[in-house]
Design a protein around this ligand. Sequence first.
Ligand code: ATP
Ligand code: MG
Ligand code: FE
Length: 352
Amino acid sequence: PLVLGIETSCDETGIGIVRGRTLLSNTIASSMDEHARFGGVVPEVAARAHLEALQPAVEAALAEAGVALADLDAVAVTSGPGLAGALMVGIGAAKALAVSLDRPLYAVNHLVGHIAADLLDEDAPPLEYPTVALLVSGGHTSLLLVRDLTSDVELLGETVDDAAGEAFDKVARLLGLPYPGGPEIDRAADGAAGPAGDATAIRFPRGLSRASDMAAHRYDFSFSGLKTAVARWVEQQDGDIPVADVAASFREAVVDVLITKALDACARFEVPRLLLGGGVVANRRLRDVATERAEAAGVTLRIPPLSLCTDNGAMIAGLAAELISSGRRPSTLAFGADSTLPVTEIQVAERS
Ligand code: ATP
Ligand code: MG
Ligand code: FE
């Protein structure tokens, strides 16, 4: 099916068009620049930016895909989780499109969409089930056991405080680096302003990562203790802060916890497959450590192209196309924004 997907859960206005598992276009407009001076995404600013960006983004996506609105078989939209006002703009547009074109509408889960991005990776062999999936983004850090993307996603654990990306952003701010902090920390650690940082310089805590924690906490994550440890360490210095060393040591702690727990879950559930998703996957060190340790553990690692890891509409369209192929009915029009939609709800308001 030819599906247009709309994604507006945060600051990216993403419009994607797919035909089945084939990506035809992926247009993204970001309002990040407007939020940078506030040090984080401002919900009302994001919602207004979506309103302005949507129409041109839809037109650009159609042009790039070489299709017309009338060609579409279905419309898909993120119904949650995310910022309520931002979600509402996308949902309104998706309902309007579906009604005016008389096409089925699929309201889907943003987090499952991040996993579905993998389906659109044409260089990779088909996704096999079950797979463990680690979703690391600005708002979420979740470990999932995916038995079927369209019907069975189990939450093994998630962060009890800060998301991994959020921790990067907060530590960057502490080090005087601009927002968004993830890429800045990555660059600082790699020695953007001089020699590369020493990842073993400071031993920062790895929250909830002992074997007993993993058993007792269902694979939950905690990054706020790490953030506090970095803050305290920085405060205690008299002279200049060795930014590269702090960035590298902090990054190492985050990456170590994420990959240790993900591979532990692979072992425990006897699933030799791990899929990564979310914006933090842009982190070079995360990808390198995941690659090394997965290989050593005999686990097949999948990392979608980075353009599909950050928020985008193609992953939403791809998930809906998969739902359609597996015979799922469309959503009713009676759904709204659900800012805390759990990852286990893959599609909302399916017609009975
Ligand atoms: P969610 O999907 O949970 O709603 P989001 O959409 O805001 O959150 P993404 O756009 O997937 O999240 O990812 C953005 C986050 O990724 C930011 O916190 C940013 O700092 C982080 N990030 C981006 N590049 C890197 C990097 N190289 N290293 C670490 N973190 C990074
Ligand atoms: Mg974002
Ligand atoms: Fe996201």
